[in-house]
Design a protein around this ligand. Structure first.
Ligand code: UDP
Length: 401
């Protein structure tokens, strides 16, 4: 069972004491989180840690998953893409199926809580089907810097009913949204299997078990097979790097249950990687395994996050936490996490040559890589650990409940 005091050595007494004190005024309050998947992706990752920790400090925090059929998730994935800038044909059929799915779920999901927290657009319309006796918060984890106008207008119709919204970065603030928009930074849990310390021996044993050779430096991107994570671009960058320094590319991307596009993108990636998959220069991993992700991040020589759009990009903080040089695109939530040249490297996602040159530089300068990695780790300790998010929520509850 997750306990706050387990984090004491990592974050220090002051942080724990602040959290306990804020929580004291909220003892016994009941809150519920709703999202649309237990596994895969950053939201599930955070709720897995946040929900138990809220309970540990005295809040009765529940977590429910919205049920939908595959059509629903195809529609909401299109919504997700369009909120991140794609065009969408917003038919009445799509809107109706989206709203009806939420209505059906509402019939057998009862809320007697003091606060309801809705994550992302999938369960957003739920608010229409309840007599609201409590504050409702919409927590949007996606990149809202350039949403499709028609879809945003439709989505906004639901958001307007909420008491409060939470976004991941200042750049997602919607000037036309009259409700409060608060910023909560992305965070990781340093004690999960994905982030806990691993001994060198354990790392090597784990990679061996998964048949990942360690004879060459590893360039790593951990990301769902999603066009916004640009896995095809990663392969192109890798080929440029490999012309100068021999290394191996590992692309690790599980399929999230609420992401129906993953298989299609994976097949494209496999085609582009072509014979390099057979020679094991490029290794593609499609299953979910937290210790493996941890071991890969700890073994990698360079961690890349070459997203074109990115709500927050937890993988960046995960990589920094492992003391690794992380090269991330200057998009969405990534620049919040990296101070360019100090705690990592920020790049323009389309500048493949430049990205390759930075990676080559890192591979040739292990001392520089080490010191940047160390600075990145400290930056995460100060700013992006789960205790910080827990405290942010508690402070918000204190205001709203
Ligand atoms: N992840 C994983 N296995 C994979 C791909 C991703 O465990 O094969 C995890 C990753 O480590 C991170 C989360 O899923 O914790 C992805 O969150 P992020 O914010 O980077 O992106 P999202 O998928 O939410 O867009």
């Amino acid at each position: 069972m997750k306990r706050l005091h387990d984090y004491r050595e990592i974050v220090g007494d002051r942080v724990l004491s602040d959290i306990y004190q804020t929580a004291r005024k909220l003892y016994g309050k009941r809150v519920v989180h709703i999202n649309s998947t237990y596994t895969g992706g950053g939201v599930a990752e955070i709720l897995n840690s946040l929900a138990p920790l809220m309970n540990d400090v005295g809040i009765e925090a529940g977590w429910r998953i919205l049920r939908g059929d595959s059509d629903f998730f195809t529609i909401t994935k299109k919504f997700h893409n369009a909120l991140q800038g794609d065009h969408i044909k917003l038919s009445e059929l799509k809107k109706r199926h989206y709203i009806n799915t939420c209505e059906n779920f509402s019939i057998y999901t009862h809320f007697n809580h003091d606060c309801v927290i809705i994550h992302d657009p999938q369960p957003l319309p739920l608010i229409e089907f309840y007599k609201r006796r409590q504050p409702w918060i919409w927590r949007c984890h996606i990149d809202l810097s350039n949403p499709d106008e028609e879809l945003w207008n439709f989505i906004k119709g639901f958001v307007l009913r909420y008491d409060h919204s939470i976004i991941s970065s200042e750049i997602y603030r919607q000037p036309d949204l009259p409700i409060q928009q608060r910023i909560f930074a992305p965070v990781i849990d340093p004690l999960t299997h994905k982030n806990m310390p691993l001994k060198e021996k354990e790392i090597d044993r784990n990679l061996k078990k998964h048949k990942i050779p360690t004879d060459k430096p590893i360039l790593l991107q951990i990301s769902r097979f999603d066009k916004w994570k640009d896995p095809l671009g990663v392969i192109d960058v890798y080929k440029r790097v490999k012309e100068k320094v021999d290394c191996r590319l590992v692309l690790c991307g599980s399929m999230a249950a609420d992401d129906p596009e993953g298989l299609d993108i994976y097949l494209k990636v496999k085609k582009q990687a072509n014979h390099m998959v057979e020679t094991r220069d490029i290794i593609l991993i499609t299953y979910e395994n937290n210790v493996l992700v941890n071991a890969l991040q700890r073994k990698a020589a360079v961690i890349l996050q070459k997203s074109i759009r990115e709500g927050f990009g937890l993988t960046v903080t995960e990589g920094l936490w492992k003391g690794k040089p992380v090269v991330g695109s200057r998009v969405g939530g990534i620049p919040i996490q990296i101070q360019d040249g100090k705690t990592g490297f920020l790049v323009e996602p389309k500048a493949h040559d430049k990205i390759a040159n930075i990676i080559v530089d890192i591979l040739k300068n292990p001392e520089m890589a080490k010191s940047i990695g160390k600075a990145g780790q400290e930056y995460v300790r100060q700013n992006f650990l789960i205790t910080r998010l827990l405290h942010d929520y508690l402070k918000l509850f204190t205001e709203l409940l």
